[in-house]
Design a protein around this ligand. Structure first.
Ligand code: MN
Length: 231
C-alpha cells in the first residue's frame, strides 16, 4: 500500500511457550471492579460495571526475567499503580452471551493500569473525560500472555503487587465484582469485541503512588510475573 508515511509498527505482546506474538487491537479497562478498591475510592462497590479505554500503543511489554524501565509521565505529581488481570480476546463478537463468553478468551496476563491520579481526580471533579489521567504513553504495562488452556482455572488465583519489596496490593480474582465472563458479556453490548482486544479487569484495594527509582513487582498465580522500575 502507498502510504504518505510509514505506518506505526503494530503493537504486540509475547505469548508464553511460543515465538508467536499477540497483536493488540484495543485496550478496554473496567473501573472499580473490587469492592474494597471501590470503597477506597469513595463508592459503595455496588455500581454496574463501567469502562474506559487506553490507546493500544500505551502497551509497555514487561519482558520476563528482566526489569523493564517505566518512564515517569509528565504533568502528574501522583502516579498510581493498579495491578490487574488482563484478559486477551482471541475471538470477537457483539452481544456475547454469558455462557459463551469464555470461548472468546485467548489467554491472560499480568498488567498495570498506571494512572495519573491527580489528573483523573481533577477530570472527575469537572465531569470531563479521564483520558489524560488514564490513557497516556506507557500507561499499560503488561507481561507475556499465557494461553487459556495453559493457565487453567484462574478464577481463584492470587493477585498481588509489591513496591520496593513491600506488599501493597493483595487479593484473589474471586473478589472481582464483575467476573471475567460477565465483563466480556457486558463489554460486548457496548462495542463489538475483536481478536486482539485486551481487557484490564480492575484493581484490588491498596493503590498508591510511585516515584522514579521505585520498583514494581506484579504477580498473578499461574501467570508470568512482571517487574518494572520507574525512571
Ligand atoms: Mn484500573
Amino acid at each position: 500500500m502507498n502510504t504518505v508515511f510509514s505506518p506505526a509498527p503494530s503493537v504486540t505482546v509475547p505469548v508464553v511457550g511460543t515465538s508467536a506474538q499477540f497483536p493488540v487491537h484495543r485496550i478496554y479497562c473496567v473501573g472499580r471492579n473490587y469492592i474494597e478498591h471501590a470503597q477506597e475510592m469513595g463508592h459503595s462497590g455496588r455500581e454496574p460495571p463501567f469502562f474506559f479505554m487506553k490507546p493500544a500503543d500505551a502497551v509497555l511489554v514487561a519482558a520476563p526475567g528482566s526489569v523493564t524501565p517505566l518512564p515517569y509521565p509528565g504533568l502528574t505529581k501522583n502516579l498510581h499503580y493498579e495491578i490487574e488481570l488482563v484478559v486477551a480476546i482471541g475471538t470477537g463478537g457483539k452481544n456475547i452471551a454469558l455462557e459463551q463468553a469464555e470461548s472468546h478468551i485467548f489467554g491472560y496476563a499480568v498488567g498495570l493500569d498506571m494512572t495519573r491520579r491527580d489528573l483523573q481526580n481533577e477530570m472527575k471533579a469537572l465531569g470531563r473525560p479521564w483520558c489524560i489521567g488514564k490513557g497516556f504513553d506507557h500507561s499499560a504495562p503488561i507481561g507475556p500472555i499465557t494461553t487459556k488452556s495453559a493457565a487453567g482455572d484462574i478464577t481463584h488465583a492470587a493477585i498481588s503487587l509489591q513496591v520496593n519489596d513491600a506488599q501493597r496490593q493483595s487479593s484473589t480474582l474471586r473478589h472481582l465484582i464483575w467476573n471475567i465472563a460477565e465483563t466480556i458479556a457486558q463489554l460486548s453490548t457496548a462495542w463489538e469485541l475483536q481478536p486482539g482486544d485486551l481487557i484490564y479487569t480492575g484493581t484490588p484495594a491498596g493503590v498508591g503512588a510511585v516515584l522514579p527509582g521505585d520498583t514494581l513487582k506484579g504477580s498473578i498465580s499461574g501467570l508470568t510475573s512482571i517487574e518494572l522500575k520507574v525512571i
